[in-house]
Design a protein around this ligand. Structure first.
Ligand SMILES: C[S@@+](CC[C@H](N)C(=O)[O-])C[C@H]1O[C@@H](n2cnc3c(N)ncnc32)[C@H](O)[C@@H]1O
Ligand code: SF4
Length: 452
């Protein structure tokens, strides 16, 4: 994620973000925070250490993220910090360090009396752990924390890692939202893109998941996998509708620097046919139309849900409203009492900090100004498709319509959104371009820096 890049590549990246060129270039990225991660520094770690050891703002919701960085195989498009070819001992060493981290975190004054409102097991592939490893992990976690009062416990799964007893174990452990990385229903495409699973494994896992009756099941799809065509995309959407999950998330294929495909393109000069942005957007547009026609509702630029009245994605909604998130696991991102932080990204260091030095594996931090916190919440919430002006007046004492008048007017003139003094509302075109609408809100000093 934090690779060093040449000036030329950085310029290309900036060009891409500022002009939204149509070609899917290497260096595209997904905006999930502000200020850019590249600005978070090791030198600021004392700032997060201070807030961790102070009582919290009790009214701020608290969440927990646990990162499980193992996968069966590295997908050729994936930019996450993951390890493959692991043996049981590697996993046990990691899980032991993670449990130690949770034990330390659970004693921090910043916990206060707050229960966890949401918990997220993300990856990597948390479902890579066996039932036995999972039960042992949760038993050890429960010695220090519980999520009995959480309104949502999410667990990310790769279809081919699931077995019937493991699905039951997940339900028993309190998982309420199971997120399944389907990505595509066609074996040739799954195979070409380096996925470890094939379509049979999706259908097999689906029967077990349905039988276990989770309150919320999400399916992830990617628009623009290598080999995708209109015909196949339509097939993906009809298959997804047949499964009829509570929630469907579609990501438009990005090519950040550290993916196998990006390295092939840049280093080995191999042409990788990833669809242009306009085609990927057309595919998402088609999918939204189909899902809406079948009773789903838009929940964000990426997600449709069957029933918006249910708590559908507590993790996302709380995080986008500035909740605290205690980050555990290698390279995890967190936010606590107004300070951003990330754990160390090197496995050996992460483990030795916890197991030998008995210290939290904090890697870098950043304390946003009030203006930066406002921008962060505003651009993240914009991904939901609308903003309530009163929310920002109450929380930040800023009229966002006046404050960002130029950006709203420009975006409106291009048909991305409409606004009045109370509300900003993205059009369908705006939803499809959501990520490209965000950089204009960045402060000048962060426009020309790399993002990660
Ligand atoms: C941590 S994975 C989900 C769980 C599990 N590891 C899996 O892949 O099945 C999160 C999701 O990120 C998405 N993703 C990963 N790399 C991507 C890329 N380069 N562009 C768009 N989406 C991507 C995929 O849809 C994937 O399901
Ligand atoms: S997309 Fe999921 S399974 Fe594939 S490498 Fe990334 S985290 Fe692992």
């Amino acid at each position: 994620m934090n690779g060093v890049r040449s000036k030329k590549l950085q310029k290309e990246q900036i060009k891409q973000m500022s002009t939204d060129t149509d070609k899917t270039e290497v260096g595209s990225y997904f905006i999930s925070n502000y200020p850019p991660f590249s600005q978070w520094k090791k030198e600021n770690i004392a700032e997060v250490e201070t807030v961790l050891t102070q009582p919290p703002h009790e009214e701020v919701p608290l969440g927990l993220y646990l990162h499980i960085p193992f996968c069966r195989k590295r997908c050729k498009f994936c930019y996450f910090k993951v390890f493959t070819d692991n043996n049981a001992k590697d996993i046990e060493n990691y899980v032991a360090a993670l449990c130690r981290e949770i034990e330390m975190v659970s004693k921090l004054p910043v916990m206060g009396d707050r229960p966890f409102r949401f918990v997220y097991f993300g990856g990597g592939t948390p479902s890579y752990l066996s039932s036995r490893q999972l039960t042992s992990l949760v038993d050890r976690l429960r010695a220090n924390i519980n999520w009995d009062q959480a309104e949502e416990v999410t667990f990310e799964c790769e279809p081919g890692t699931l077995k019937e007893p493991k699905v039951h174990t997940l339900r028993q452990l309190g998982v309420t939202r199971l997120s399944l990385g389907v990505e595509n229903f066609t074996d040739e495409i799954l195979n070409e893109n380096g996925r470890a699973h094939l379509s049979d494994e999706i259908y097999r896992a689906w029967e077990w998941i349905k039988a276990a009756d989770f309150p919320n099941v999400n399916i992830d799809l990617i628009s623009g996998m290598v080999g995708e065509t209109w015909e196949n995309w339509k097939y993906n959407i009809s298959k997804t509708l047949e499964l009829s999950p509570e929630s469907i998330t579609i990501y438009q294929m990005e090519l950040p620097y550290n993916t196998v495909y990006s390295k092939d393109i840049l280093g080995n000069k191999i042409g990788i046919p990833v669809a242009d942005w306009s085609l990927k957007r057309d595919w998402v547009n088609y999918a939204f139309d189909e899902f809406l026609a079948n009773g789903y509702h838009v929940s964000s630029a990426y997600t449709v849900v069957k029933d918006p009245e249910k708590v559908n994605f507590s993790y996302r909604d709380n995080l986008w409203q500035g909740s605290d998130l205690l980050a555990t696991g290698i390279a995890s991102f967190g936010h606590v009492s107004g300070v951003h932080y990330q754990n160390k990204a090197e496995l050996a260091e992460y483990i030795s900090d916890l197991t030998e030095k008995s210290q939290l594996p904090l890697g870098r931090a950043y304390t946003p100004t009030a203006e930066q916190s406002l921008i962060r919440e505003m651009i993240l919430q914009l991904k939901k498709g609308f903003l309530e002006v009163s929310y920002f007046k109450t929380k930040f004492n800023v009229d966002i319509i006046e404050h960002f008048a130029e950006q709203w007017t420009t975006h409106k003139s291009k048909g991305f959104l409409d606004f009045n003094q109370d509300r900003v509302e993205l059009s369908r075109k705006g939803l499809l371009h959501a990520d490209a609408l965000l950089p204009p809100f960045f402060e000048d000093k962060f426009r020309d820096v790399r993002y990660t």
